[in-house]
Design a protein around this ligand. Structure first.
Ligand SMILES: Nc1nc2c(c(=O)[nH]1)N[C@H]1C(S)=C(S)[C@@H](COP(=O)(O)OP(=O)(O)OC[C@H]3O[C@@H](n4cnc5c(=O)[nH]c(N)nc54)[C@H](O)[C@@H]3O)O[C@H]1N2
Ligand SMILES: Nc1nc2c(c(=O)[nH]1)N[C@H]1C(S)=C(S)[C@@H](COP(=O)(O)OP(=O)(O)OC[C@H]3O[C@@H](n4cnc5c(=O)[nH]c(N)nc54)[C@H](O)[C@@H]3O)O[C@H]1N2
Ligand code: SF4
Ligand SMILES: [Mo]
Length: 909
């Protein structure tokens, strides 16, 4: 037996970058909790972080290299990859190969992928899923500041008197940061929160003001704010004169819109605009947080600059409690930017377009060549794959067949590419299916390296499990291919620490304060110091903590001291406090921005499709889809529609909806809600062919991009919605994962004890009994109970083995009204069940259905919470005391509040 141990690491999901303590018991069991000493979360975790231990099982893991459909040794697979890339390179030149990588790689992996492509293959056809995520913020920062820098820190969100959230569903997507704001607001109720989002999200529930802006109205909104500040004499003239240029042009552009125009473009009333403008103008300590409602747009970069303009105009940048704050999505979106993972950047914040930078990086790497010009951005890269310009493609840690716009074309392009390599942890994804070579990567808990969060804080991910099967770290895989391509000396790393040391050294190399990203102090870091490294924020220049490298000072302690002394002393914790920017004249730039024409709907495609995230799933669900807890909150894909629109299209609640655009189509469950703006629909991005029939939303999204950043406009796609004429609906709970599912629509989700499945068909089956047998299995020991009401089209099947529920299927001509959560509980329950109740699909006397799961930590459902409200619980705390709901991670508190409000309202009526 091994000894129990605890390892400090970092959550692998969102860009908040929470510290996690992973405890491995003597029996090998793993449990996780928030690290109370980590400055991002101080012990908190959200629902996804709390459920991490449920996602590290080996189910679905890719454990061995594969070539085609057969297993292969590492040597064989690596030789083949190196040989094919080298051959294509020799025959067609460096621009005929490409890497498509990910903000979920660790910095060390990312650094090497970039080094191999740009310095050794010699082109820049490496792009990343950050193109779909952060590219507009990167471009906006570079235009305004001369460098891609987030000026502030998380603490600023707590110190602010006004937090403006633009296109950010923080409550669900950066939950711990959101909870820090909630806690700050509880302490200082005068603190104000404004949410700017076309949807009324859970985040808007605690907002003092929610502006349900028309999609892409943001440039007009913030241009209007600049004009308003100027007209009202509220500009910070001193700051503007000393530290900026370009105000007059920006102001002139902003003033082209009258207040009435601004109201028309934003879809907001002049009174709403005034309320927001007044609040912003008169609150010095203002932070504007923005995310994908800003970045994923045809005017994404302009939106970013429209926001930054207002902060520059008021001098609110780089000081406590103020500044523009782009929150990063993925755990290492920021680290990817540090290493220059985007096709138009070079390593360590240097630029491909700059000859001196190219020469410097080439010299530092001692590289045979260096990319001479920017490479293809993601959308163009997959176009080049489609038309045969790219002949060998290596995809790492991302799932483009589901997450790229025009996803069906991307799938065709990958399927037709002569040589595709995919490194992933999962054996079955919609992308890896098309790989010629599959390389098993080590996953979270197994791999070793660093990530950088939204506030520029670098934290260690440390391993606490052995990599299963033959899985290997991504950096190792890249090195082995590079060596086999002839670049042995430059890729002879023995550990992640060595790579980090080189990356840190490059950041400080010939820097002289010219580049904001500088962690030169860590340039000489050795294995032991790397092992102990505490989370720190960049920059930490070499001269800031020289002492760190003296042999008698443990590095981490010195680094901590460096952080405390050098940084506050030099004011380096926040950028731009000194008014010094990274442009040639060190002044920030105002950018003249004008609203671009909206993406228009027409008679054929009358709705604007908005896409995004749900609380408990992560992207394409390869990890969260394994967790029963996380799979209950949203158990199938859905489309949110305003009830008026739904009525217009003849769609009822819980109907199946077919959504179509000029690019593709999908099916999803209708969810009618007033939270959705009229004229728009919302579909989550998560569901793939693994978990559903035809629910890949990116099949509908056009490959239309922001002209500056190349980021796709994933949130404004004109579509059509119509009722899918289902003749039959079904719901099933199953112990075993079903194989092929013979239904026009289905959605599969993990639950405790097995799986739950939603079904629909356009036509009646000839033989429902046969379908039931195929789904529930033909185990000879099973009792298959059946109930038929043929006239009304109702059929029910229950399979019992050894007195226990093995599976059940319910069929009806309308959306099923069975008690889903009760049935799911029966599956997990080892008691003998009432056959009658099971066949009826509803709890017997004295039992209750808990309703849709709201609190995933304790499995508490909406009906339970509603009942507790009926019993007098009127606050989230009271619900917590009665049911535990909301008392662990707190991610569900906003929903509990909504249920309390609705039920108190109902009681009052
Ligand atoms: N639970 C969960 N959390 C996650 C992730 C996840 O998959 N699941 N992914 C992580 C990643 S990689 C990212 S990038 C972040 C994303 O985090 P967010 O950006 O907060 O999430 P989204 O849901 O993509 O979009 C945010 C909001 O933008 C709004 N929006 C759409 N169009 C517009 C518009 O024109 N203007 C304005 N102002 N708003 C608009 C949408 O209605 C939506 O509510 O989340 C991270 N965190
Ligand atoms: N319509 C629409 N589309 C979107 C968005 C949207 O809002 N709307 N958002 C976009 C954004 S912001 C993002 S960030 C992308 C995300 O989209 P993707 O990056 O495609 O989504 P993931 O599911 O996170 O893919 C990560 C893959 O890496 C694998 N993996 C996990 N850990 C490791 C590891 O350690 N090593 C390796 N090699 N593989 C690993 C996982 O199994 C999975 O297959 O989607 C974008 N697409
Ligand atoms: S907020 Fe949640 S998902 Fe994001 S890093 Fe923290 S625990 Fe992980
Ligand atoms: Mo993202």
């Amino acid at each position: 037996m091994n000894e129990a141990r605890m390892v400090k690491t970092t959550c692998p999901y969102c860009g908040v970058g929470c510290g996690v303590l992973a405890e491995v018991g003597a029996d090998g069991s793993v449990s996780v909790r928030g690290d109370p000493n980590h400055p991002a979360n101080f012990g908190r975790l959200c629902s996804k972080g709390s459920a991490l231990a449920e996602t590290i099982g080996l189910e679905g893991r890719l454990l061995h290299p594969e070539i085609g459909a057969r297993g292969a040794s590492w040597d064989e697979a690596l030789d083949l990859v190196a040989q094919r890339f080298s051959t294509v390179l020799a025959e067609h030149g460096p621009e005929s190969v490409a890497f498509y990588v990910s903000g979920q790689l660790l910095t060390e992996d990312y650094y090497l992928a970039n080094k191999l492509m740009k310095g050794f293959i010699g082109a820049a056809n490496i792009d990343t899923n950050s193109r779909l995520c952060m590219a507009s913020s990167v471009a906006g920062h570079r235009r305004a500041f001369g460098a891609d820098i987030v000026p502030g820190t998380y603490e600023d969100l707590e110190l602010a008197d006004l937090v403006v959230l633009v296109g950010s569903n923080l409550a669900w997507c950066h939950p711990v940061l959101y909870q820090r704001i909630v806690a700050a607001k509880e302490k200082r109720p005068e603190m104000k929160l404004v949410v700017i989002d076309p949807r009324r999200t859970m985040t808007s529930d605690i907002a003092d003001l929610h502006l349900a802006i028309r999609p892409d109205g943001d440039v007009a909104l913030f241009a209007g704010l600049l004009a308003w500040l100027a007209r009202s004499g509220l500009l910070d003239r001193d700051f503007i004169a000393a530290h900026t240029s370009g105000l007059e042009d920006a102001r002139a552009a902003a003033e082209e819109l009258s207040p009435a125009d601004t109201a028309a473009v934003t879809g907001l009333t002049e009174a709403e605009l005034r309320a927001f403008y007044e609040l912003f103008a008169h609150t010095e300590r203002t932070v504007t947080v923005f995310s994908q409602g800003v970045n994923q747009s045809i005017s994404g970069t302009d939106k970013v600059n429209a926001i930054i303009n207002c902060h520059l105009a008021t001098g609110r940048i780089g000081r406590p409690g103020m500044g523009p704050f782009s929150v990063t999505g993925q755990p290492n979106a920021m680290g990817g930017r540090e290493v220059g993972g985007l096709a138009n950047m070079l390593a360590a914040h240097m630029e491909i377009g700059n000859g001196a930078h190219r020469e410097r990086v080439q010299r530092f790497w001692n590289a045979p060549t260096i990319a001479a010009r920017p490479g293809l951005k993601a959308v163009d890269m997959f176009r080049a794959v489609a038309d045969g310009r790219i002949k060998a493609l290596w995809i790492m840690a991302t799932n483009p067949v589901d997450s790229m716009p025009d996803a069906d074309r991307v799938r065709e392009a990958i399927a037709a590419c002569p040589f595709v390599v995919v490194s992933d942890i999962s054996a079955e994804t919609d992308t890896i299916r098309h790989a010629h070579v599959k390389l098993p990567a080590a996953g979270w808990g197994e791999k070793d390296g660093t990530v950088t969060n939204s506030e520029r804080r670098i934290s260690r991910q440390r391993p606490f499990l052995d990599a299963p099967g033959e899985a290997r770290p991504d950096w190792w895989i890249i090195c082995e291919v590079a060596k086999r391509m002839g670049f042995r000396a430059a890729f002879a790393y023995a550990s992640a620490a060595e790579i980090f040391a080189e990356h840190a050294a490059l950041s400080g190399f010939e820097n002289d304060g010219e580049r904001g990203f500088d962690i030169g102090a860590y340039g000489g870091i050795n294995e032991a110091s790397y092992e102990e490294m505490e989370p720190f924020q960049w920059p930490v220049r070499a001269d800031e903590i020289e002492v760190a490298l003296s042999p008698d000072t443990p590095f981490s302690a010195a680094a901590r001291r460096g952080e405390m002394s050098g940084r506050t002393k030099g004011g380096a914790l926040r950028f731009f406090a000194d008014g010094r920017f990274f442009t040639a004249d060190h002044k920030a730039r105002f950018i003249a921005v004008r609203p671009t024409p909206r993406r228009e709907t027409d008679a054929e495609f009358p709705l604007i499709l908005n896409t995004g995230r749900v609380r408990d799933h992560w992207h394409t669900m390869t990890r969260t889809g394994k967790s029963p807890r996380l799979s209950q909150h949203s158990a199938e894909s859905f489309v949110e529609l305003n009830p008026e629109d739904a009525a217009r299209f003849g769609i009822g609640d819980a109907d199946i909806v077919r959504l179509a655009s000029r690019h593709g189509e999908m099916l999803a469950r209708a969810l009618l809600t007033e939270r959705q703006r009229r004229g728009s629909a919302f579909v989550p991005m998560h569901w793939t062919d693994e978990f559903s029939a035809r629910a890949r939303v990116d099949a509908l999204v056009a490959p239309v991009t922001d002209p500056i950043s190349g980021q796709p406009a994933s949130k404004t796609m004109p579509v059509r919605a119509e009722r899918f004429a289902a003749r039959m609906f079904g719901f099933a709970v199953l112990r075993a994962k079903p194989g092929l599912i013979d239904a026009d629509y289905w959605g599969l989700a993990r639950c405790r004890g097995g799986w739950r499945l939603e079904l629909a068909w356009a036509a009646e089956h000839e033989d429902w009994q046969a379908f039931a047998r195929s789904l529930l299995g033909n185990e000879p020991t099973a009792d298959l109970l059946a109930y038929h009401d043929a006239a009304n089209g109702r059929h029910r099947f229950v399979s019992i083995t050894r007195g226990r529920l093995a599976g059940a299927l319910y069929l009806a001509r309308a959306p099923l009204a069975v008690f889903r959560n009760w049935l799911v509980e029966q599956l997990a329950d080892d008691q003998a069940h009432s056959r009658l109740a099971l066949l009826a699909g509803r709890p017997g006397k004295g039992q209750a259905d808990h309703g849709a799961i709201v609190c995933s930590c304790f499995g508490v459902g909406a009906s339970q919470i509603a009942a507790a409200v009926g019993d007098g619980c009127a606050t989230v705390e009271a619900i917590g005391a009665a049911l535990q709901a909301g008392t662990n991670c707190g991610s569900c508190c906003a929903e509990i509040n909504t249920i309390i409000a609705a039920n108190r309202l109902a009681a009052a009526e």
